[in-house]
Design a protein around this ligand. Sequence first.
Ligand code: HEC
Ligand code: HEC
Length: 414
Amino acid sequence: MAALFTYEKKVKINLTKSMRYMCGFVCGAAIFIVASNAIAQVVRAPANATTKLAKEAAPNTAVARLLNVVSNENFECGMQAGWDTPCLRESYQGTPEHWPRPVIDSGKFWQEMTGVPDVQPPANAKDAAKRALGAALFFDPGLSRKGGVACASCHQSDKSFGDGLALSVGEDKLMGRRRAQTLFAAPFADKLFWDGRAGSLEEQSKGSIQNPFEMNNTLDTAVAHVNAQPQYKTLMNTAYGLQSISVDDMVAAIASFVRTVRPPKTVADQVIAGDTKVLTDQQLLGLHLFRTKARCMNCHSGPLLTDNEFHDIGLSFYSRRNQDLGRFEATRDKDDLGKFRTPSLRGVIHAGPWMHNGLFPDMPGLMRLYNVGMGVVGGDPAKDPYIPSKSSHMKAIQLNAQEIDALVEWLRVL
Ligand code: HEC
Ligand code: HEC
């Protein structure tokens, strides 16, 4: 416990430093430098030309943000001074295909919001036993080297199957470098982990059992533990017709359980099923912003509110102590620098602290960062080809304080 506490303290120090770095340095110095250069141009050039220049040359700079005012009037039910609530009520009736179309960049893959597909009932008794064995193993700390850490230690149902920590703590209190993912997207994704390095849930389970920062075990020792437990004999026999199983059978059972993990039903499910009256005016505005002005559905779409693709949203912390180059570390492809898999937003409010490194414990604060287009990596890509480049789908969205609050209220009911 004492060790855990020290870790937590370390994480907090980490956090304040990086937050200060991100918003102190980036939003301060960078904006100042870029702004002073461009302001020099503003004086000389006519206003519309400058706006054009700022947009074309540097769509993500602070000046472009200042000049590129996002008017509510560009969106359905938007008024110069706010939003027309009766119009929103009128527009959001019935199921999502009848709602205002989301704002999606041209060519971007997206899917409409829908309910999460139900778990298929087991095909037969064998299948049912395999799932039941997988569930039991998911909660069994005996799979770890010293018997202290189960899958469920880091994937807790009341935390959307995350663990509530910034960075996961495994056997021997060793702290990994990433936050435990929620498991809602996992049954539907073909590339797992934040960086997509596992191609199946079976492969992922093997990784978790062996990872020194997770269960720190060998696969052979883990399966020997399973085979030595009398309480698993009946299930093993029904599932595989055997009294003792192989490593592949073991991970197949765990994976068959993970495939049945679904988010709990929420207000969002009622809304998606067409009952939009359950939303307060504020939540309704949040939903509308999520789909339109805030541009979230470019990446967070479909039943799980993820495209299951990889994007650099500016959180690689390139060349700093917290550097994590994400998908690049799995593929070594420069196009993947700084990219992480879009997480599901189902149950997101219970899943914090957020992002791959758990650096963001405060949802309104996180939305304020999205509001300015997230982090910026400095440096000259001509001189350093490894500088990650932020996704073109990330833009300053220019919400005001009430709109940020509304967006957060919508995130709370997902
Ligand atoms: C010490 C904490 C810890 C333990 C124990 C643990 N995990 Fe995880 N899990 C994590 C972390 C951290 C990640 C993200 C790792 C990464 O992306 O590098 C993760 C990722 C996953 C993912 C990927 C989800 C996705 O959408 O890509 C699945 C599935 C998963 N774990 C299941 C399991 C199973 C099954 C077990 C037990 C065999 C297990 N985990 C044990 C911390 C843990
Ligand atoms: C370009 C794609 C993209 C867009 C647009 C986008 N996101 Fe994300 N989102 C991501 C990725 C990728 C991550 C994970 C990044 C990481 O961990 O480094 C993420 C993480 C999050 C998280 C943290 C979830 C968790 O479990 O840690 C929240 C909350 C979130 N996004 C909400 C939003 C909202 C609200 C919007 C609209 C304002 C939005 N996102 C727009 C790609 C996107």
